[in-house]
Write a protein that binds this ligand. Sequence first.
Ligand code: FMN
Length: 240
Amino acid sequence: MKKFFLIVAIGLLCGLSGCGENSVENSVLENTPAQNSTAESVEISTVAETIPEMEISTTELSSDTSLPENPESDTLQTELSEETDILVAYFSATNNTESIAQKLADGLGADLYEITPEQPYTAEDLDYNNSECRSSVEMNDPSARPAISGSVENMEQYDVVLIGYPIWWGEAPRIMSTFIESYDFSGKTLAAFCTSASSGFGSSDSALRESANSATWLDGQRFSASASEEDVLVWANSIF
Ligand SMILES: Cc1cc2nc3c(=O)[nH]c(=O)nc-3n(C[C@H](O)[C@H](O)[C@H](O)COP(=O)(O)O)c2cc1C
């Protein structure tokens, strides 16, 4: 009986002093899904600031490795794919640019088109140590226009065209000029991306911009061959 009164007394004291408040906040935090948006994270840290005892559980939440590093990339995928028709068109002699183009197309839900040379480039053609090889000869001639096999059938349906290429001697390969000059890009939004051994993006798209000057051009980006889907979506997100 004594025990019963003791328990009732503790319960009453607790009720008066409000010692249950933190457990309510705790349950809010515990029920917060791991995939929170940034806005929700801000809310959590504000709660923690006002309740110092909760600092530990907040630290645990923010170091949760399941949180996306860039929550905005998901938003981008939805916004762009629902509102615009996107084409990712690329040329790739040794598949590095191809892998970036595929990640962009996958992430954005875009169509993918490979710019295929009528005469494929052999390893000999790509030997930049040889000034007589095909790629050196083409890059030394600004008017060279290597032929493309096939074409984009329905270019008019696309609002945005993302154009990928490998850097050759600091520039876009001449076949990219063949591609750009084959279509009317008026009213479309274009942006270039490239891969390279080490060169930056630089002004590699300048000849392409000049040829399609009625389009709206956004800032281009160089990627390493091993860039992730998130990396490429972060770029796409930054320009749109
Ligand atoms: C003819 C030729 C010229 C190149 N010039 C450069 C260059 O100026 N700077 C650079 O960083 N990489 C240069 N590279 C390396 C390529 O840009 C790089 O390997 C690229 O990722 C290849 O892409 P791909 O596999 O899509 O063809 C050159 C490669 C070739 C074949």
